[in-house]
Design a protein around this ligand. Structure first.
Ligand SMILES: Nc1ncnc2c1ncn2[C@@H]1O[C@H](COP(=O)(O)OP(=O)(O)OP(=O)(O)O)[C@@H](O)[C@H]1O
Length: 235
């Protein structure tokens, strides 16, 4: 579980997030929605250690990781998939998977790559293809597969369905559900496609201007009378 307490964060002196308190429970999907520029991506970056933290704390399963550098967070089982540049486009699918697991022993690496490819069987056909030639959806799958090779327990995804056709986006949403239900992972999701994301989620947060304005079940947010207005950034 991720627990965030009184977090204030931003980029150097540019204060973006104000007094954030949030919990992303284990083996659940938590979605963060909000209008453009409300600080959703910054929240993921702050959790991962890519934003400036002024005060407050981030805990992973009770361990304070506020100031742990990103590469050490990865070792603790936290994965962050940015919206773009989440794979090495000039390397093949297999090379990407091997790089993801570079700290593993050979046997364990092979085992984890097999597991990741079993989870994304569609990638098995493309192991020798350069990642740059994959479709947007396949690239997302590869990025998630790389997190699985790293043995991630918590996966934070920043707009994984951006620029995908509705059909491909749906495939990605289904895979996110399987990450929770079949692999027991904890998922934190930032999505423009708020309605569909909330439908597959357990918990939800809404940010406006860097503050939490809603915390509760995803269903409650979907049914909230002001949901549409909130999501359109009209309030
Ligand atoms: N690296 C950065 N340096 C400085 N300011 C940044 C940086 N990244 C984002 N910002 C600013 O922080 C604010 C919040 O941006 P953020 O990307 O977190 O919002 P968001 O809710 O994810 O938006 P969107 O839905 O448009 O992706 C914006 O005003 C943005 O311009």
């Amino acid at each position: 579980m991720i627990k965030i307490e009184n977090l204030n964060a931003g980029y150097r002196e540019l204060h973006i997030l104000f007094d954030i308190n949030a919990e992303m429970p284990k083996n659940k999907i938590t979605t963060i929605v909000g209008p453009n520029g409300s600080g959703k991506s910054t929240l993921l970056k702050a959790i991962y250690g890519l934003a400036t933290i002024y005060s407050g704390s981030v805990k992973l399963d009770g361990k304070d990781i506020t100031h742990v550098p990103p590469h050490d967070k990865a070792r603790l089982g936290l994965a962050y998939l940015p919206q773009i540049e989440n794979v090495f486009v000039n390397l093949t699918v297999m090379e990407n998977l091997k790089i993801a697991g570079y700290i593993l022993e050979k046997n364990e690496l092979e085992e984890r790559i097999k597991m990741a490819l079993d989870f994304f069987p569609e990638l098995k056909y493309y192991t020798n293809r350069k990642a740059g030639t994959l479709s947007g959806g396949e690239r997302q799958f590869l990025a998630i597969a790389m997190a699985l090779v790293k043995n991630a327990k918590v996966i934070m995804l920043d707009e994984p369905t951006a620029q995908l056709s509705p059909k491909l986006a749906e495939t990605v949403f289904q895979k996110i559900v399987e990450l929770r239900d079949e692999l027991g992972l904890t998922v934190v999701l930032v999505e423009q496609n708020a309605k569909r994301a909330l439908e597959i989620s357990d918990k939800a947060y809404m940010l406006i201007s860097g503050r939490v304005v809603f915390e509760g079940s995803a269903r409650d947010l979907l049914e909230h009378e002001k949901f549409e207005r909130y999501c359109m950034g009209l309030t």
